[in-house]
Design a protein around this ligand. Sequence first.
Ligand SMILES: Cc1cc2nc3c(=O)[nH]c(=O)nc-3n(C[C@H](O)[C@H](O)[C@H](O)COP(=O)(O)OP(=O)(O)OC[C@H]3O[C@@H](n4cnc5c(N)ncnc54)[C@H](O)[C@@H]3O)c2cc1C
Length: 412
Amino acid sequence: MTTIVVIGGGIIGLCTAEKLLSEGYNVVLVEKNCIAAGASFGNAGGIAFSEVMPMASKAMVSQGIRWLFDKNGPFSVVPQDLPHTFSWLLRFTMAAREATYLKSVTLQSRLMDLGKEVLPQMLSRSRLQHMVRTTGALYLYDTKPQYEAAMSDWRIRKDQGVPHEFLIGNSLHQFQKGLAPGIYGGVYAPNYQAVTNPNDFCQEIFNHLSQNGLTTVFEKAGSIRSNERGVEVVLESGKTVKGSKAVVAAGPWSAELCNSLGDKVPLIGERGYNTTLPKEAFSALDKTFFFTAHGFVISPLADGVRVGGASEIAKLARKPNYRRSTAMLNKAKELVPALQLMNGKQWMGMRPTTPDTLPVIGRSSKSRDILYAFGHGHLGLTQSTATAHLIHNLVCENTIDPMLIGLSVDRF
Ligand SMILES: Cc1cc2nc3c(=O)[nH]c(=O)nc-3n(C[C@H](O)[C@H](O)[C@H](O)COP(=O)(O)OP(=O)(O)OC[C@H]3O[C@@H](n4cnc5c(N)ncnc54)[C@H](O)[C@@H]3O)c2cc1C
C-alpha cells in the first residue's frame, strides 16, 4: 500500500489525511505538539464560503494604515519585528493592486466552490454532519458610510450567488435584539455555516482517522529528503518516516520546512486574538456577527460565545499581547450592550498568511513527491476540504486542476 506522510495535525493536515485514507492510502501524520495545536484550535469556527474577497485589497491597505494610528485598533505591527516582517508587508501592499486582486478573487471563488461541493462528502464519510450548523451571519455597520463602503463587497458576493438581505434602521433592530441603538444597518446572509467548536471538530476528525487506520507520530519534523524511491521525513530525534510522498501542512511553521528544501516562501504567522465567554454571556446569540470595520467577529459556539479577530504582524516567536483581546472585547460591549463580559478565556493564534492571502497548494519546486498545503490565512477551516481534494489529485497524479497554477509556490 502507498504511504503518504502528512506533516501537521491542524485542520489542513487532518482533512488531507482524511481524504487520503478514504481513498485507500496508508497515512502517517507527524505532529510536533498535539492535535490542533495552532490556529485550528481557537478560530472563529466560520465556514465562510461567502468570503471570496482576498484580504490583500486596496481597501484593506488604506483601512490598515488608519487602524495603525489607533492603539486599540484591530491592526498592529510590532516595530521591533519589522526586520522579519517588512518585506512581507511590502509584498502584501503589492498584491493589493487591482489586477492581482481580481485574479485572486477568481481563484478564491473557485476554491470556495470546490469546498461547497466536497465539505458535505467529508462530513458524511466521517459522520460529523452534526458539527456543522447553518447559523446565518449578520454583517453589521455602525455608520452609513461604513454600510455604503461595504456595498462593493456585497455586489461581489451577489455575483457569487450568496443569498442576503439588507436591513437598515428599525428593520435591523427588530430583526436582531441586543445591538447598540446607533448601529446604522446590516446585511443578513442566512446560508452562513459554522462548526460547533473548531477544536472539537479537529479532535473528532482525528478520532475518526485513528479508528480508520491512521498512524500518528508525535514528534517535530526537522527536514524532508527525497530520492528516486520516495521521501524521508527526518524527525528531531534523527529517526525517519518514509513514504511515497510527503505533504507539508504545518501552518505558519511550514516556511521552515520549505526553506530547508530551497523553496523560499514569504509566510508569516499573522496573529489573531479572541476571548471565549460562557454561553450565558449572550444566550440569545444564534448567528455570527461580523463587525468588519472594527476587525472582529462574535461567534456562537456550542459551548460559548467567542469574540475575536484582529491582525498583529510580528515574528513567530513573540509572546502574545492580550491587550488586543481586551480591546476587542470592550469594543464588542459598546456595539452589543447585551453581551456580558465575565469569565472570558483569552487566546492568541497564528494564521499562516502569504502576501496575496491565498494558500500554497501544489508541488514543491524541488521535488514532485513533496506537496505543499499551507498559507490559508483567515480561511483555513473554510478551505480545508477543498485543499484536501486538490492534494489528493496531486497524489494520484491524474487530474490536475488548472487553479493549482495560481496557487503554486512558484508564484513568489
Ligand atoms: C482569531 C482567528 C480566527 C479565525 N477564524 C476563522 C474562521 O472563522 N474560519 C476559517 O476558515 N478560518 C479562520 N481562521 C484561520 C484558521 O484558523 C487557519 O487558517 C487554520 O487553522 C490553519 O490551519 P493549518 O492546519 O494550516 O495550521 P495550524 O492550525 O497552525 O496547524 C499546524 C500544525 O502543524 C504542527 N507543526 C508545525 N510544525 C511542525 C513540524 N515541523 N513537525 C510536525 N508538526 C508541526 C503544529 O503543531 C500545528 O498543530 C482564524 C484564525 C484566527 C487566528
